[in-house]
Every structure is written in structure tokens, then in C-alpha cells.
Design a protein around this ligand. Structure first.
Ligand SMILES: [Zn+2]
Length: 57
């Protein structure tokens, strides 16, 4: 499984940011710092709304 990328909309400021689906560290919104993804060791938990998913090739 190569993993995939998700475009996540920040729930606080509507910034859209690309997050790796298997992020190994916490991903914060670049604009307001809200946590967008929490690492779990597998698929990260995404906190915002997923706008789009792009599969890695
Ligand atoms: Zn934000």
C-alpha cells in the first residue's frame, strides 16, 4: 500500500492543505495552527473535512 494524499479543509479557517494519509508526525494548519492530522502508526486521523483524495503512484 503506497498510501495516499488528502486535501483537508481546516475546520477553523477553511485553509486547504495537502496531508499525507500516513503522516508520521502531527500536521498542523499552516495558517492557524489547528491540528489537521494525528499520527497513529498507520492511517493518520484527519481532523478536518477531506475535500479530495489523491492516490500516490
Ligand atoms: Zn486553519
Amino acid at each position: 500500500m503506497p498510501g495516499s494524499f488528502h486535501k483537508v479543509a481546516c475546520p477553523d479557517c477553511d485553509n486547504e492543505q495537502i496531508v499525507f494519509g500516513k503522516a508520521a508526525s502531527t500536521v498542523a494548519c499552516a495558517v492557524c495552527g489547528h491540528t489537521l492530522a494525528e499520527p497513529t502508526g498507520g492511517e493518520a486521523i484527519l481532523e478536518g473535512e477531506v475535500v479530495e483524495t489523491v492516490e500516490a503512484r
